[in-house]
Design a protein around this ligand. Structure first.
Ligand SMILES: Cc1cc2nc3c(=O)[nH]c(=O)nc-3n(C[C@H](O)[C@H](O)[C@H](O)COP(=O)(O)OP(=O)(O)OC[C@H]3O[C@@H](n4cnc5c(N)ncnc54)[C@H](O)[C@@H]3O)c2cc1C
Ligand code: HEM
Length: 403
């Protein structure tokens, strides 16, 4: 709860801070990495810095948090904090690092807003920061301790035992534990952070969804090769994994984290994915198949054509193995499917073209325009927004808008 002293100050300054928050975030990161270059070596994803996605995500989250404090002080933006906390724990973020972020963020606010930041204004934003930071620190402490780890011990080495080509641009890695320690379980839909040294010597992290249920020995994830467009460089982690990591090599993975997990309360489940967005859904389906679930499940997948559909055989086999599952595909190039699916369309996905179970919960994953279009269709169709979960393969710029 914001103090009575800070509330009017935040109410008066939120519009100007919100207006400049993008610039504040830019300056904050620049200053942070100048003073702490080690944070770009193993902690932050430098790809997300280039186009400003992480800057926007941080800025949007702070503005959304401050807005909630003012407009609905009785509630905390649970979903927003939860998503950030899971990302942080998958990276081994430590409580003491919040002081560093604080100092640089407050410096950036002062640097951008100048004389407008009186000691009173600085104190009020300081309070907002620590309310948010402490909420995150507490959640993260809970997430670490629930898995019996500390921030430093989320990492573990795994050995690649299979590298399976899925399509022209997707490969699946199956990795096995390299020691006798128990493999911690994952929840269906969670991701791991893969941390690898890049050719220039810098350690870089990226998240990948787990695409198979636990077996106590292995983890599986699938990686799409990212090609640079318009002169941009190719994606560094995906290129490294595709070209230089093979059977017998060692990769470092965090424990599984992620808040977009299967709700197995017994309600029908609809998965709607596109391209590599099938990954978390393949993981959830694999868990359901392993548990011989009798849930009503509908899988909707969109792709260019059948040959581009990653993990297709695994997904189709799991759908066939489940008692109560159906599957529909939308291909841009031709309504052809060699697989035994329940419907094939030559179009962009329209989920309302098929029978959807009443009272279903929805899981979306794919490019943002795809998810926005599908979510919009579902809401028009009468689905409640809180029944639609989604996973963004990058900093979640949607969350702050939606919350
Ligand atoms: C929760 C979550 C789950 C995910 N699950 C999966 C999954 O299951 N499978 C999967 O394939 N991916 C997944 N991702 C995405 C994955 O984490 C990576 O973002 C993806 O593999 C790209 O990483 P990269 O290192 O290859 O690309 P990066 O090097 O990070 O590049 C990303 C983009 O930035 C551009 N770029 C980079 N540097 C520059 C520069 N200097 N100038 C201009 N442009 C630049 C590149 O051209 C590229 O378009 C997931 C992400 C999240 C957050
Ligand atoms: C109150 C303080 C903080 C806020 C509001 C905040 C906010 C965020 C947000 C919104 C994201 C994006 C989440 C997503 O992927 O959707 C994020 C990711 C991240 N945060 Fe924080 N964060 C805070 C503190 C910290 C601290 C102390 C560190 C450690 C130095 C840190 C490191 C990171 C990293 C490494 C990522 C992933 C970014 C990437 O790799 O692109 N954050 N944070």
């Amino acid at each position: 709860m914001l103090s009575d002293r800070s509330r009017p100050v935040i109410a008066a300054t939120l519009p100007v801070v919100a207006e400049h928050i993008g610039e504040i975030a830019q300056r904050f990161y620049k200053h942070l990495f100048t003073e702490h270059p080690e944070l770009m070596d193993g902690v932050f994803n430098r790809g997300n810095q280039v186009h400003g996605r992480q800057q926007q995500a941080l800025a949007g989250s702070v503005a959304a948090f401050a807005t909630t404090l003012l407009e609905s002080p009785e509630r905390v933006p649970e979903q927003l904090l939860c998503r950030i906390a899971h990302k942080h724990t998958s990276l081994g973020i430590r409580p003491d690092q919040y002081r560093i972020v604080h100092d640089h963020l407050m410096w950036a606010i002062g640097d951008v807003l100048g004389d407008a930041v009186t000691p009173e204004v600085a104190a009020a934003w300081d309070e907002v920061y620590w309310l948010m930071a402490n909420a995150l620190i507490n959640q993260e402490r809970g997430l670490y301790s629930a898995r019996g780890v500390r921030p430093e011990t989320v990492w573990r080495d795994w050995q690649v035992v299979r590298k399976i080509p899925e399509s022209d641009d997707v490969v699946t890695f199956v990795v096995r534990r390299t020691d006798d320690r128990l493999v911690k379980t994952s929840l269906p839909g969670q991701y791991v952070t893969v941390r690898m040294r890049m050719p220039d010597g810098t350690l870089q992290p990226r998240q990948y969804s787990l695409t198979r249920a636990d077996d106590g020995e292995h983890r599986q994830f699938s990686v799409k090769r990212v090609r640079g467009e318009g002169g941009d460089p190719d994606g560094e982690m995906s290129t490294l994994l595709h070209d230089s990591v093979g059977v017998g090599d060692t990769v470092s993975l965090s424990l599984p984290y992620g808040d977009v997990v299967l709700d197995d309360a017994g309600r029908p489940v609809v998965f709607a994915g596109a391209g590599i967005g099938v990954s978390p859904m393949a993981g959830m389906l694999s868990h359901l198949a392993a548990a011989e679930s009798g849930l009503s499940i509908t899988v909707l997948h969109a792709d260019l054509d059948e040959s581009r559909f990653p993990l297709r055989r695994q997904v189709v086999n799991d759908v066939l193995a489940l008692r109560n599952a159906r599957m529909y595909v939308w291909y841009e190039k031709g309504a052809h499917s060699m697989e035994p699916v329940d419907g094939v369309f030559e179009a962009l996905m329209d989920p309302t073209a098929v029978d959807l179970a009443d009272d279903a919960v929805y899981h979306l994953c794919g490019p943002l325009p795809f998810m926005k279009a599908v979510r919009g269709r579902l809401i028009e169709h009468g689905v409640a927004p809180h029944d639609i979960q989604y996973e963004v393969f990058g900093p979640d710029l949607w969350q702050a808008d939606l919350d």
